[in-house]
Design a protein around this ligand. Structure first.
Ligand SMILES: NC(=O)c1ccc[n+]([C@@H]2O[C@H](COP(=O)([O-])OP(=O)(O)OC[C@H]3O[C@@H](n4cnc5c(N)ncnc54)[C@H](O)[C@@H]3O)[C@@H](O)[C@H]2O)c1
Length: 372
């Protein structure tokens, strides 16, 4: 077989497998999804990152890793931190500023990523919107203020802006494959979801999986019960932040239950998610880069993840989606639903684990929790 034919056959096999994976049907071998590229029609794709901390660093590196995108600015109140990040990712010192508004006005980027801590997400998103930016990625949780986030959402809609909230799994290939398998009825109607996360915090990690449950089940949360307590860990983002550990139980409009445990006792970063349907079960072992599906026939398929879980590459996918999509894969409505559930968990836990119905009332949404 000539080299050309072999290369052609390999390409066809790769494309076929990718399609199957995206359809949640099949998969074998090593991760295959190619890194994303911003197509010519979406260039220039200039990006400003606000917040040069842990996540801002990942988004800056993700921009540099994304072919067709260009990092043009980093803003942080802590300019030393911004300068250090700029040096790490190869951005000239002139691209660093303590003044996000001035930087955005000067650079006129296509996309602004707000990667500061939650109390300033919406305020900085508003700065970007008012400066004419029409693609804005807010870090999760969307903000600490439900009302401010709703007002921002309305302003962004009126301006025709694309706003996303970085629950990054919504942009990834494998969770979409799982959701498609669920939608296709492969395990029947899903009744029970569990997310076993290990020692972590409600807003920081738990809210990712609150959102993921909504994504998999494609339904709204009807109620939240929670048992939360202080973790005793010092929050690396500052001692003034409050984000307890514990567990939450969600019920969904269609009757499914989801139990999300982020309490101490098992190590962090070995996330295991199960979806139990009437006719089968899906088990996702994120750290092992695989998921399996046991169908009605009792046959079990195991799929290697199409993409790894390296944060820079996961976020490059988010950036690609934000730069090219007409709608964000994770919208402000999704961010607001996750925030409602986080606030409900605080209400429930403060009331001995009582079940709190969603959506929350206006009064319940006035609760102020300073999570990062
Ligand atoms: N999507 C994810 O997977 C993911 C992962 C980690 C963190 N996060 C989120 O990202 C956000 C940041 O987390 P982090 O770990 O990078 O925090 P961090 O404390 O390491 O960094 C935050 C940075 O923002 C800067 N900052 C704060 N307020 C600012 C303002 N008004 N203007 C300019 N700069 C300001 C701080 O000086 C700091 O450098 C949090 O909301 C967190 O929940 C998301």
């Amino acid at each position: 077989m000539s080299g050309l034919v072999r290369a052609g056959a390999k390409q066809v096999r790769g494309a076929y497998r990718q399609r199957q994976l995206e359809a949640g049907e099949s998969g074998w071998g090593a991760p295959v999804a190619p890194p994303p590229v911003v197509p010519a029609k979406h260039r220039p794709a200039r990006v400003v990152v606000i917040g040069a901390g842990i996540q801002g660093g990942i988004l800056a590196q993700g921009t540099v890793a994304l072919e067709g995108a260009e990092l043009v600015g980093i803003a942080d109140l802590d300019t030393d931190r911004a300068r250090a990040l700029a040096a790490k990712v190869g951005l000239a010192p002139a691209g660093v500023s303590a003044d996000a508004a001035a930087l955005i006005a000067r650079e006129r980027p296509e996309l602004v990523c707000v990667a500061t801590t939650a109390p300033s997400h919406v305020a900085l998103g508003r700065v970007a919107l008012d400066t004419g930016v029409r693609r804005i990625l807010l870090e999760k949780p969307i903000d600490i203020s439900y009302d401010d986030a709703v007002a921002f959402d309305a302003a962004a809609r009126a301006a025709g802006a694309v706003v996303g909230v970085n629950y990054f799994r919504r942009w990834a290939v494998d969770p979409a494959a799982v959701r498609d398998a669920v939608r296709s009825g492969a395990i029947g109607r899903v009744q029970i979801v569990t997310a076993q996360l290990g020692a972590s915090d409600l807003a920081m990690i738990g809210s990712h999986f609150i959102d993921l449950c909504r994504f998999f089940l494609d339904e709204e949360i009807a109620s939240v019960s929670a048992n939360l307590h202080e973790s005793g860990r010092v929050n690396v983002r500052g001692a003034d932040f409050e984000d307890p550990t514990g567990h939450v139980l969600l019920t969904f409009a269609g009757g499914a239950r989801a139990f999300i445990d982020f309490d101490d006792g098992i190590p962090k970063n070995d996330f295991v998610i199960t979806l139990r349907g009437e006719d089968g079960i899906i088990v996702i072992e994120e750290g092992q880069l695989r998921w399996s599906l046991r169908a009605r026939s009792t046959r079990t398929w195991t799929f290697p993840m199409a993409t790894g879980n390296a944060p820079v590459l996961c976020n490059a996918r988010v950036l690609h989606g934000m730069l090219t999509g007409d709608v964000a894969a994770c919208t402000t409505a999704d961010g607001l639903a996750a925030l409602d559930a986080v606030l409900a968990a605080h209400h429930s836990s403060a009331d001995g684990g009582r079940r709190v119905a969603l959506p929350l009332t206006h009064e319940q949404r006035q609760l102020v929790v300073r999570f990062p």
